[in-house]
Design a protein around this ligand. Structure first.
Ligand code: SD4
Length: 329
């Protein structure tokens, strides 16, 4: 204790010494290439095309990147036939649909909502948490109370198709958190605006028939999403537990900071994820994980464990779906 106190007392003087200088820790822009300023929206899976349309509309109206990703997320949440996003999503194993979402803006501000029930637009709740509270994450009942106090309405909609699937699942009630390898799921969105600023968002109902209270990677800053305006942004989809164990989106941004392209960073992060999860925890055939990233120059990368992952891109007015490369053939 004593030596620590002495050390702390001595700190102002030590600050002058070059070997203790904190200069090296200052955040410097690492992107040497010119920032991309013509408008970019990226979303996971084929259905990302629909999300990107909303992001592009926002861009064309002069929206900031944060407005673009929120608009894209809301467009998906509006579709109540969607079984993996919003109130139409598959319920947990007790029959409740619980939603996870997050958002990050170009200042590095973040908002996240987990285990939210009966609110149609979790991505907007996440934004409200980011903008109106001193916090980053609200969960469950507290998140719902916050939403209701901030103009969101209670919505008790249940998607008959999701309820039917849950009833069928109940027959065996086999609890096995295995993700669909080739099916679309969570939406992760990244966008760049006319200033070249970037933001990201994620919104999902998470794993079908999950344990009550289970939260995936999607609302966890650094796992399902990370944005550093100086460097780039990344988002993830797939079996959240594998992504949570490897903090993948933060890792991808850090790899880009060290000079990797978005593609190389996604590939390295997939290798790392597989190394962490297999063989000790899961067999590789039992999970899918997929990453999507871009850097400040507007270059894009994507990679997944298994084939089947696609992403949607809107760039300079052109919209397309691109199949991602994968680690396994
Ligand atoms: C989760 N990552 O809750 C989400 C689900 C997902 O593709 O992305 N599925 O684990």
């Amino acid at each position: 204790m004593k030596s620590r106190r002495n050390f702390l007392k001595a700190l102002p003087a030590l600050g002058a010494l070059p070997f203790l200088s904190f200069k090296g820790l200052e955040r410097k822009p690492t992107a040497t290439k010119k920032r991309y300023q013509k408008g970019l929206v990226l979303s996971t899976w084929n259905f990302g095309l629909k999300a990107n349309e909303a992001g592009a509309e926002s861009f064309q109206k002069g929206g900031k990147a944060v407005d673009m990703v929120e608009a894209a997320g809301r467009r998906m949440e509006d579709d109540l036939s969607e079984l993996s996003i919003g109130l139409g999503g598959f319920p947990d194993r007790d029959g409740h649909t619980t939603l996870d979402a997050c958002i990050m803006d170009h200042h590095g501000k973040a908002g996240s909502v987990c285990f939210l029930e009966q609110i149609k637009h979790p991505v907007s709740v996440a934004r409200a948490i980011m903008e109106k509270t001193p916090h980053v994450v609200l969960v469950g009942e507290g998140a719902q109370q916050f939403a209701l106090k901030n103009g969101f309405e209670l919505d008790t909609y249940k998607n008959p198709e999701a309820v039917k699937a849950w009833k069928e699942w109940l027959v065996k009630s086999e609890y096995k958190p295995v993700i669909n390898i080739e099916n679309h799921d969570t939406i992760g969105i990244l966008a760049m605006d006319a200033q070249g600023d970037m933001s990201g968002a994620c919104t999902t109902s998470g794993l079908a028939f999950k344990m009550r209270g289970r939260v995936g990677d999607s609302p966890i800053i650094g796992s399902g999403l990370y944005v550093d305006n100086e460097v780039g942004a990344a988002t993830a989809t797939g079996l959240g537990e594998t992504i949570l164990r490897s903090c993948s989106s933060f890792l991808i941004v850090e790899l880009m900071r060290q000079g990797m392209s978005p593609q190389a960073a996604c590939e390295e992060a997939i290798q790392r994820l597989v190394k962490i999860n297999t063989p000790g925890i899961l067999k590789v055939e039992d999970y899918q994980a997929c990453f999507l990233a871009c850097n400040a120059a507007g270059e894009v990368g994507a990679y997944s464990v298994h084939p089947g992952f696609t992403y949607a891109i809107w760039k300079e007015g052109k919209a397309e779906v691109i199949p991602s490369k994968s680690m396994l053939g």
